[in-house]
Design a protein around this ligand. Structure first.
Ligand code: ARG
Ligand code: GLU
Length: 715
């Protein structure tokens, strides 16, 4: 009896659609969610959110760069996104003399805006379910021939939709390949930087506050999309004019209040909501702990050297931030999943699945083997998952000198086929890579990473996953000797010698480099990985994907009356919830919003992630908040119970009337398990209040002229 109750309770928890869980396909709102959204206060129709017949909210939301979201906020192409999304663009215009990262940048006219080669803004023209065309003619096929036919169909659909390159068309699987959708984008390539606050505002709180609430980061930057005279995408040109988008978001000056309806539109990257218990077990007990252990070692070494040397602190700031970002999320994920009893919840759901199968004798037999196959496949995967994580984190990402080694050709076959001109281009590209690499490289730091991480690799992995030359080498040399005989003997550790080699790079140099002790060591590890780990690992993974597709099909059949949203796959989604705080732990209650006062309080702590900005302090002290404040306070950030993930950075937070009120940039740490299992009590996304953005633009930066372009709603 007890067990039964647990099952019922647990399966409700698992897939009964909680009001706030889910990342919904915009074309399916009418079918699935619009009613609930309206019950929660939303005043618009599904057609107002997504339509191909009229301008809709979707026309104002873009893919910014390679992994973020942005939105249109004026009829002259003004685009709002996060500071951390615009970061590399801002950085690329910064130098010691004009340090836009530290001081901020504000174009005071369109002429002063800065071009960013390579940066794009992609507008979704339309999306549609193309499952029938993708599956056409595949009914009798299996294995490789099935895949080949699917690929062929997908290519044809994409080619047709692209209209000779006018659009970028991409077909993506949903529900593990049980459905396919086509996405057609118009890609703009002239995207200019308009404004960014100083990092002490845009990155305020740094890694201390990352993934945390209460938060005070003014995480925004502003760009402008340009088009040719016909309002079409065009490469950068002085003749280009601001793009007039089909739609842009009106901005509400009325603020946000507890229980307000709130919606995000954007491009969430990856979630894994439908994993079996074995996979969740592996994440909690193996993959995350392994990766955390390695990155803890890396971060400790970074910290030590960054504390000792201010130059290293600047060089390694960005490496530290990106290494610690996932490290901190993985820790939160373990805690959150354990708190939810996630493994047990999944096991109970699997028991339901089994009962469902047994009670229905008309079902495909393939469902019977799904769970036993998972069981076996995850046992098989286990050692390879570990080895893969160690190689990825240590050999391919952790040690800088190995990343440098990866840039050089391993034999002269390709090189000899190039003509003189092309060879010159390769030399130039290599030289540029060297320059970038050595700019952010510190010998002492990397040497310590080299010995520490290689020892860890050796100690934690089974012998069979390591090349013999490697284990022999580590047995023979102590750390000091390893540095002297390998690292310091390598030309890769010597910037000026390496530059000389690259300047006269030819097939002789390639030969010589193959004898370099670091390159030899790296190539040995790499080859061993490819031959003894990668192939088996990928093979098991693709078998898991096949079983997961069948499992998903079963889940959808079993729950045909439930609303199951597909996992995030970096396509446009709508998610919604309410403005609310939460209780992170017993006895603690978090409010839904923060104010400028909290920034002043953090200034007192002496933490280098809380850098004082004189002018902001003055504005606070004189309470000079203009029309942006509320009740004598200046709002900064707020939380809502909206299901979001990486890629949602820069997503517009839209109120019940379809107006912009915030800019999404993070999630709360206690809720980071939402990529695997959502908890309406603990999962909160974090947004900058749009009034803080406007306050910084107008009062702080004096770029109030930008506000004249926007539709500010005051009633
Ligand atoms: N946690 C946010 C995200 O996942 C922000 C990351 C950038 N900031 C940082 N301090 N590392 O992207
Ligand atoms: N900061 C994340 C991003 O860059 C969003 C936070 C999250 O993972 O929800 O997309």
């Amino acid at each position: 009896m007890k067990k039964l109750i647990l099952f019922v309770f647990v399966s409700m928890l698992c897939f009964s659609s909680m009001a706030k869980e889910g990342m919904w396909v915009p074309t399916l709102l009418e079918k699935y969610t619009i009613e609930e959204m309206q019950q929660m206060g939303f005043r618009l129709s599904a057609e107002d959110v997504y339509s191909v017949n009229q301008n809709s909210l979707k026309d104002a939301v873009v893919i910014f760069g390679r992994g973020c979201t942005g939105e249109m906020i004026s009829d002259k192409g003004l685009l709002l996104t996060n500071h951390h999304c615009g970061y590399s663009a801002i950085q690329s215009h910064s130098s010691v003399e004009q340090d836009y990262l530290s001081n901020g940048f504000w174009a005071m006219s369109q002429e002063e805006e800065l071009a960013n080669p390579g940066l794009t803004a992609k507008f979704l023209d339309r999306m549609e379910d193309v499952s029938d065309s993708v599956f056409a003619g595949t009914e009798q096929l299996e294995g490789d021939s099935l895949q080949a036919k699917l690929d062929y169909n997908i290519r044809r659909i994409q080619q047709q939709a692209s209209e000779e390159g006018k659009y970028e068309a991409i077909v993506k699987p949903l529900y593990f390949g049980n459905q396919y959708f086509l996405y057609v984008y118009q890609v703009f390539t002239d995207v200019r930087l308009v404004g960014a606050p100083p990092s002490a505002i845009g990155k305020f709180g740094g890694d201390t506050d990352n993934w945390m609430w209460p938060r005070h980061t003014g995480d925004f930057s502003i760009f402008r999309v340009y088009a040719n005279a016909n309002n079409e995408p065009a490469p950068y040109s002085e003749d280009n004019v601001p793009y007039k988008p089909k739609n842009w978001l009106p901005i509400s000056m009325n603020g946000v209040h507890p229980d307000d309806f709130m919606m995000l539109m954007g491009y969430p990257g990856t979630t894994q909501q439908y994993l079996p218990s074995q996979a969740v077990d592996m994440i909690i007990n193996q993959s995350n702990p392994d990766r955390i252990k390695i990155r803890t070692a890396i971060l400790d070494i970074f910290s030590k050297h960054m504390e000792q040397d201010p130059k290293v602190r600047i060089q390694y700031a960005s490496k530290y931030a990106s290494t610690s970002n996932s490290w901190k999320r993985w820790k939160g994920e373990i805690r959150g999943l354990n708190r939810l009893n996630a493994i047990m919840v999944k096991e109970a759901y699997e028991a339901d699945f089994e009962v469902w199968y047994m009670q229905n004798d008309t079902l495909e037999e393939a469902y019977a083997s799904v769970l036993p196959q998972f069981e076996q496949l995850y046992i098989n995967l286990q050692p390879y998952e570990k080895a893969n994580n160690y190689y990825q984190e240590i050999v391919f990402k952790g040690i800088d000198i190995f990343k440098l080694a990866e840039n050089f050709p391993r034999n002269d076959k390709g090189w000899n086929r190039l003509d003189g001109e092309k060879q010159g281009l390769v030399r130039k590209a290599l030289d540029q890579k060297m320059t970038d690499y050595f700019d952010d490289y510190d010998l002492g730091t990397d040497q310590e990473l080299f010995t520490e991480l290689l020892r860890l690799l050796r100690a934690d992995l089974d012998q069979s996953f390591l090349p013999k030359e490697f284990t022999d080498l580590l047995a023979k040399y102590n750390d000091e000797k390893l540095i002297r005989k390998v690292y310091q003997k390598s030309v890769l550790a010597d910037a000026s010698k390496l530059k000389e080699i690259v300047a006269e790079f030819d097939s002789k140099a390639i030969d010589k480099l193959q004898k370099d002790p670091v390159i030899k060591l790296y190539n040995g590890l790499r080859q061993h990985y490819q031959q003894n780990i990668e192939r088996v690992y990928q093979d098991i993974k693709s078998n898991i994907a096949r079983v997961q597709k069948q499992y998903m099909k079963g889940i959808m059949a079993m729950e045909k009356n439930a609303q199951l949203y597909p996992d995030a796959n970096f396509t446009m989604r709508v998610a919604y919830g309410k403005v609310e705080g939460y209780q992170p732990r017993d006895g603690v209650e978090y409010s839904h919003h923060t104010t400028l006062q909290g920034i002043m309080e953090k200034y007192q702590l002496g933490n280098p992630d809380y850098i004082e900005v004189e002018k902001l302090k003055t504005l606070y002290e004189t309470a000079d908040f203009g029309e942006y404040g509320e009740d004598g306070q200046m709002p900064v950030a707020y939380t809502a119970s909206i299901h979001s993930t990486g890629g949602n950075s820069g997503s517009p937070a839209i109120n019940a009337k379809g107006q912009l009120v915030g800019l999404n940039f993070d999630r709360c740490w206690e809720g980071t398990m939402s990529d695997i299992m959502f908890d309406p009590d603990q999962c909160r996304n974090i947004m900058v209040d749009i009034r803080y953005v406007l306050f910084i633009v107008d009062k702080f930066a004096g770029a109030g002229y930008l506000l004249d372009e926007m539709d500010l709603i005051r009633e």
